[in-house]
Structures are given as C-alpha cells and as structure tokens.
Design a protein around this ligand. Structure first.
Ligand SMILES: *[C@@H]1O[C@H](CO)[C@@H](O)[C@H](O)[C@H]1NC(C)=O
Ligand SMILES: *[C@@H]1O[C@H](CO)[C@@H](O)[C@H](O)[C@H]1NC(C)=O
Ligand SMILES: *[C@@H]1O[C@H](CO)[C@@H](O)[C@H](O)[C@H]1NC(C)=O
Length: 276
C-alpha cells in the first residue's frame, strides 16, 4: 500500500488552506465592490439631482386636472410602509392620486432625523407604477402650487418635528402654517377613537364622510394602522376574504421592497446625505 508521507501531508494541508483563503478573499472582494458600486451610483445621482433621480419610473401623465393626496409618514421604516399602503387605499377611495412621498430613516437612525430617503429606495416603484398611477414627488409644486392648505389628520401624533421641515424641503413646498385641520366626523367617538379618529379606513363610505373635499391637494398627516394590520392578517388567513379587503391585499402585493441592492443603496444614501 502506498502511503502519503508526512511531508506530503503537510503540503496538502497548506494547499488546501491557500485555496480556502483565496475563495474567502474573493467573496469579501466581491462584497466590497458592491459597496463601491453602490457608493458610486449614489454620488453620481446625488450630484446631478436630488429629487429627480429615477423620476422616469413615475407616470408621465399630466396630473394637473387631478386631485392629489400627499402622505406625511410617521415613525420607523415598517410603519412608514404600512402608512404608505394605507395612503394609497385612502387616495383611491377619495378619487385622488397618491404622491410618492419622502421616507425617513428610523427615528433613532443616525441620531437626529435630518436625513431623507427617496421613495424608490423603500418601495419597488417599477412594480407599483405598473398597477397604480403614482405621482412623482417632483411634480407636487407644479400641480399643487407651493402651499397645501388642507391637512387631513389621522389623529396620530408624531414626536419628530424635524419631519415637517424635511418633508416640505423635499417636495419644494413653502410653509403650510395655514393648514386647516379637518373636522373629524360628527359621530360619537369612543375614548380610543378620540385619540385616533381614523380607525376604520377600510370603510370607503366613512372615509368619504370625513375626508371628502373639493380642495385640489391635501396632506394626509400620519397615516398608520387606520386599517388595522391585524384585521388584514385575519382576512389573509381566512378562506373567504371579505370583498372590501381585496384592494388592500392587492396594494400589499404591489408594494414590495425594492430589488436586491437597493436597501444597501438606501443606507449609503442616508450616510451620504448626512455627511454633506
Ligand atoms: C398639463 O395640462 C395643463 C392644462 O390642463 C397645461 O396647462 C400644462 O401645461 C400641462 N403640463 C404639462 C407638463 O404638459
Ligand atoms: C395637522 O393636524 C394635526 C391634527 O390636528 C395637527 O397636530 C398638526 O399640527 C397639523 N399640521 C400642520 C402642519 O398644521
Ligand atoms: C444633525 O445632522 C445634521 C446633518 O448632518 C448636522 O448638520 C447637525 O449638526 C446634526 N445635529 C445634531 C444635534 O446632531
């Protein structure tokens, strides 16, 4: 029997080690080049345009004759996505077109909440705009003018006052100090509803009874959980989904996170905007 001698064994082990190391390094290098590419993409896009990058994905229709709804999102990333979905449902119910609004980093992200995230870095707009007319954030002033005077409030309170300023700056809006707070329904409110009046947004008749307006452009301030996530979950699990939930489910299906890599880009984007 031929035996591998001691010296050869050591050589084999060395060779193996080298191969493993090379593969490992290749993996690391590939990852680094991803980061480098994303950084390059971001720097190029940020230099040339703040808001218009990727705006071609939005509908090129002329929305001048339409009624518009601009949501101001609240809290963390998942809350914001939930709020965005609700806004689309509410906009549809009111016969308005939804603007893709700025998103925000998490409330504790990078300390002071002064940065902004493009909507297409949070939602796959290519997918969404195949199914719904979504207005580019760049078009808001063109359609609405610099002042939006109707503030539809969901009743939710935010503790991040910075977001007003960032929101206005991103969309190019002036002050909206004259914002009119919409009188919330005339029905008798339970103590819970007094804090969060809009709690059954799934009901389109009810939505129209409190939010219907001739005003061309409105802000929806802090949409969140007015169609309770739990109710949607129950409908998704049930054998026979209620008719009124089909649209919400359709919206959820079409508001996925952007394709792989965009999350990284979004993170770097925050970093980039912050260090400028
Ligand atoms: C959109 O239509 C309006 C009239 O309805 C017109 O005044 C405006 O110039 C149009 N805008 C664009 C970008 O075509
Ligand atoms: C909009 O309405 C809410 C609820 O009353 C209020 O807290 C908020 O300050 C209003 N926003 C503006 C910009 O006036
Ligand atoms: C918040 O971030 C901005 C932008 O990077 C920076 O200029 C500012 O000093 C920061 N403020 C605080 C209180 O950290």
């Amino acid at each position: 029997m031929k035996r591998i001698n001691f010296k050869n064994k050591i050589l084999y082990i060395f060779a193996l080690l080298i191969i493993v190391t090379v593969i490992y390094q290749a993996i690391i290098l590939a990852k680094l080049s991803d980061v480098k590419q994303a950084r390059k993409y971001i720097e190029e896009n940020s230099k040339t345009c703040h808001i218009c990058a990727d705006c071609a994905i939005f509908s090129q229709k002329n929305f001048t004759q339409e009624k518009i709804l601009v949501p101001l999102l609240v809290w963390g990333p998942n809350n914001q996505i939930q709020g965005f979905r609700e806004s689309l449902y509410i906009a549809n119910a009111l016969g308005r077109k939804l603007v893709a609004p700025p998103f925000f980093p998490n409330w504790n992200h990078l300390a002071n909440g002064s940065s902004v995230i493009h909507p297409w870095n949070r939602i796959d707009m290519q997918l969404l705009t195949k199914h719904y007319d979504i207005v580019s954030p760049q078009k808001v002033v063109e359609i609405c003018g610099p002042r939006i005077t109707l503030n539809l409030s969901s009743g939710i309170v935010s503790h991040d006052p910075n977001r007003y300023a960032i929101f206005k700056k991103y969309l190019g809006l002036d002050s909206w100090s004259n914002a009119f707070v919409f009188p919330i329904s005339d029905k008798t409110l339970s103590p819970e509803e007094e804090n969060r009046p809009l709690s059954n947004a799934i009901d389109k008749t009810y939505l129209n009874s409190i939010y219907k307006s001739d005003e061309k452009c409105v802000i929806l301030e802090y949409p969140w959980n007015s169609i309770p996530a739990y109710d949607i979950f129950v409908q998704l699990k049930s054998q026979k989904m209620k008719e009124e939930y089909k649209e919400v489910v359709d919206i959820i299906k079409n508001t996925k996170r952007p394709a792989k890599g965009s999350k990284l880009k979004a993170n770097l984007k925050i970093y980039f905007l912050n260090i400028r």
